[in-house]
Design a protein around this ligand. Structure first.
Ligand SMILES: [Zn+2]
Length: 399
């Protein structure tokens, strides 16, 4: 469903005050004192800053505990302990993937997120139930938010027989992206996992997004295997590496070479600006021309209690993590949480230009950087020209 509307007195990206005519969900005209067709609804924006819709390019909609009351954190510090604790609590607690993904998606919409890439667990215990729940949410919210799903072998692919068959089934069902995870650290079989993942991508014609937490030289080794396969199979521009902690390692010459190859093969990096781990540096990637997008990762789940779905706050965290201070640099952190995520997801017509889809966020701030550092509640959010949230809250109620 799309809508026709005239927005009065808004400042796209903090520029001059203009009006905006939106018809059939697209931006048709931007000018001061627009004369609009009779009878069109009008919204007075009172000089608010307008931003393009925010994009959460890395999260896990199927497992948030949002709205389930406060749950004490139980998992131990290692990745394996987190995975095992999650498997146990999924049995003990009623973490319904459809209900929970509805809650998180609508929370994010209230903060101005109009597109989400969600990894969804596929394993021999949960089977395809997580994916079914999130796909049901994507369908129910298709007028409000674009949700893309990644078939994600959270518990291992090669080390857990039966998972590959489920992943194939997930891709046939309509999962949009093939996921992977620490081919050395989780599966101890990098060749096996990566050959399987790239084979699925080729067979179903889908892009790839691999979680790579492996640190230092081990991560660099896995990354090179991803680079080699991307090149050999002509997957340039179709691969994302999430986290990529190895790019934060101290050997900067090694990192520079890896980044040069990422740029050459048009491989995108997704970060959540993890404060507790080395992370890829935003400025290094930008200088090399590698697209960096950002996400919230897990929001209040069995992995950790943090997160609120606000991608403007994430832009601030990205700025802090990368020591970005100049306005132009903080604007890059914003781009990671909006435009760059849209590019990684291949969204059509994202932006504030004439002809773009009218997905936009209105906020009381002077400039883009001011919006990032202060991130007040969003005044209004529009999806395809329709007002879908006000004062930080989605107009559609969560279950
Ligand atoms: Zn993740």
């Amino acid at each position: 469903m799309t809508s026709d509307i005239v927005l009065r007195n808004l400042r796209p990206m903090g520029g001059d005050t203009v009006d905006m005519l939106i018809q059939k969900g697209r931006i048709i005209q931007i000018a001061p004192n627009l004369s609009a067709p009779d009878g069109l609804p009008e919204e007075e924006c009172g000089g608010a800053l307008a931003l393009p819709g925010l994009v959460d390019a890395h999260t896990h909609l199927d497992k948030t505990l949002w709205g389930m009351g406060w749950r004490e954190h139980q998992a131990g510090p290692s990745l394996r302990e987190k995975i095992d604790t999650e498997r146990r609590l999924r049995r003990e607690w009623d973490i319904d993937p459809h209900r929970q993904s509805m809650r998180q998606a609508l929370l994010s919409l209230g903060h101005g997120t109009t597109a989400i890439r969600s990894h969804v667990d596929i394993d021999t215990e949960v089977g395809l139930a997580g994916l079914e729940g999130v796909m049901q949410t994507a369908e129910a919210l298709s007028d409000l938010i674009d949700i893309e799903t990644v078939a994600f072998p959270q518990s291992g692919l090669m080390s857990r027989p039966g998972t590959a068959e489920l992943m194939n089934e997930a891709l046939r069902m309509g999962a949009d992206v093939v996921g992977g995870l620490d081919p050395c650290g989780i599966d101890a079989d990098p060749k096996g996992q990566l050959d399987t993942v790239f084979d699925m991508a080729e067979r179903y014609g889908k892009p790839i997004d691999i979680h790579l937490h492996e640190p230092g030289e081990l991560g660099a080794f896995s990354m090179e295997m991803i680079l080699d396969r991307t090149q050999a199979l002509g997957m340039q521009g179709r691969v994302t590496i999430s986290h990529a902690f190895c790019l934060g390692m101290p050997d900067r010459d090694r990192v520079r070479d890896l980044i040069a190859r990422l740029a050459e093969l048009r491989i995108d990096i997704a970060t959540v600006a993890t404060p507790s781990r080395p992370v890829p540096l935003a400025e290094d990637l930008r200088a090399a021309g590698v697209t960096l997008c950002a996400g919230t990762d897990g929001i209040r789940d069995t992995w950790g209690p943090y997160g609120n779905g606000d991608m403007l706050e994430r832009a601030m965290l990205l700025g802090l993590r990368n020591n970005l201070r100049a306005d132009a640099d903080v604007e890059h952190a914003f781009a990671c949480c909006s435009t760059n995520g849209a590019a990684v997801m291949g969204l059509d017509g994202h932006g504030l230009d004439v002809g773009c889809s009218a997905d936009l966020v209105l906020i009381e701030a002077e400039t883009v950087t001011h919006a990032v550092v202060s991130h007040p509640p969003r005044k209004a959010v529009l999806k395809a020209g329709r007002i879908v949230a006000r004062n930080g809250q989605s107009l559609k109620e969560a279950p």
